[in-house]
Write a protein that binds this ligand. Structure first.
Ligand SMILES: CC(C)(COP(=O)(O)OP(=O)(O)OC[C@H]1O[C@@H](n2cnc3c(N)ncnc32)[C@H](O)[C@@H]1OP(=O)(O)O)[C@@H](O)C(=O)NCCC(=O)NCCS
Length: 364
């Protein structure tokens, strides 16, 4: 499983693929990446070691993940993960790079990016997408932005992370729901825990497949995803194994088709956070306040579950006024900039040095 990387910038550093089935390796990976992401970020919401193990060990048909780490004198000092979509968006991949705060500014992050370029070229991927986060007052000069620029990344779109403290005033939710209700009388609003009734899964998948296309993503054009009911059931089974609870609310039209959805994810305790995932209203059903209706109802479902969670985290493109307006009305407060960066390499690049040369050239 382990492959050696021979072209490091530093002679005392090597980069190897992490064997995610080895408990010690994955523990180090989890510790280093959590330290990297949480550093100077009071709003960071991480994942547990157990979640990481299941996510990285249990591969699914929709995407393949791999993890690499940088070692100095045998100690893991940084790591990167890549997710390759397998059914759509075949020229793209998602990734993360993180360096332990005690080992920064010594070329570790750049060496990991070089390895990303190698793996992209080997796998025929030309665009890598990643996210970072930093305070508003450093959005022009934060070290993570400087690092991204130095390594050939560009900002695809600025997203803003917002937090909703819990509990939300139930009167506010009732008021917003009552204001929206007259606008969506032709639709039924229904909430579900963990999964969905069989008859709604196909139309739910059609909606969620469209999220990357319809939500603003700046310079990156995503294709529709290829989630099918069978794949989705596999996806939620994995989620359940990770200890996560999904709260979904759908708007359903007169034909029994889901035309709007929103999902909240409760990671396993003791994590007290709730993650807002996708929200989408079908193009032909917009203008009926369904976005507001499903979000409010899902927050009411969350309150009724009495989960004791303390905050909901969400992230939206800064330009996505329709979604942001709803969130602000619900009480979400902006806490940090969370830019989506992209790294493009030439499609013909077939080895690391070519890839790096082309990335560098694109920054000048
Ligand atoms: C961003 C991160 C990966 C950088 O790791 P690193 O090992 O310190 O990066 P490098 O040493 O390879 O830095 C390469 C270049 O980035 C720029 N850079 C990195 N840190 C910087 C800082 N604090 N101030 C200014 N420029 C900086 C510099 O141009 C640097 O080259 P130089 O040292 O020769 O001037 C690390 O800070 C981290 O883990 N951050 C959290 C996750 C994240 O934001 N990932 C990146 C998403 S694109």
């Amino acid at each position: 499983m382990t492959e050696a990387f021979t072209g490091c910038h530093r002679k005392d550093m090597d980069i190897r693929q992490v064997n995610v089935f080895d408990d010690s390796e994955i523990e180090h990976f989890h510790a280093v990446t959590e330290r990297a992401e949480a550093f100077e970020r009071p709003h960071h919401s991480g994942w547990s070691l157990d979640e990481a193990k299941i996510e990285l060990r249990r591969q699914v048909p929709t995407e393949r993940s791999e993890v690499w780490a940088a070692y100095v004198e045998g100690t893991m000092v940084g790591a990167m993960s890549l997710w390759f979509p397998l059914l759509d968006n075949l020229t793209k991949c998602w990734g993360d790079v993180g360096v332990d705060p005690d080992h920064r500014r010594r070329g570790v992050g750049s060496a990991l990016v070089a390895q990303i370029v190698t793996r992209m070229a080997q796998d025929g991927r030309t665009t890598m997408v990643t996210e970072s986060a930093y305070p508003f007052d450093r959005r022009e000069d934060h070290p993570y932005l400087r690092f991204a620029e130095a390594n050939g990344f560009t900002v695809a779109i600025d997203e803003i992370r917002r937090i909703l403290p819990l509990p939300v005033d139930p009167t506010l939710l009732q008021t917003i729901a009552a204001e929206a209700a007259p606008h969506h009388t032709d639709y039924r609003i229904a909430s579900f825990v963990a999964s969905l009734p069989d008859e709604l899964v196909a139309s739910y998948c059609a909606l969620s497949n469209q999220l990357g296309v319809d939500a603003p993503t700046g310079d990156v054009d995503f294709e529709a995803e290829s989630m099918t009911p069978e794949l989705w059931l596999e996806h939620v089974a994995k989620e359940k194994e990770m200890g996560r609870t999904r709260l979904s609310t759908l708007a359903i039209d007169g034909t029994g088709t889901a035309v709007a959805y929103t999902d909240l994810i409760l990671p396993p305790e003791p994590n007290a956070d709730v993650w807002q995932w996708g929200t989408l209203v079908h193009r032909e059903h917009r203008g009926h306040r369904l976005g507001t209706a499903v979000k409010v109802r899902n927050l009411q479902q969350l309150a009724a579950a009495g989960s004791g969670r303390t905050r909901v985290l969400t992230c939206n493109a800064e330009t996505n006024h329709h979604m942001v307006d709803i969130n602000v009305r619900l009480g979400f407060e902006a806490v940090e900039v969370a830019p989506m960066f992209e790294l493009r390499i030439d499609a013909t690049a077939n080895e690391r040095t070519e890839g790096v040369a082309q990335v560098s050239a694109s920054t000048t």
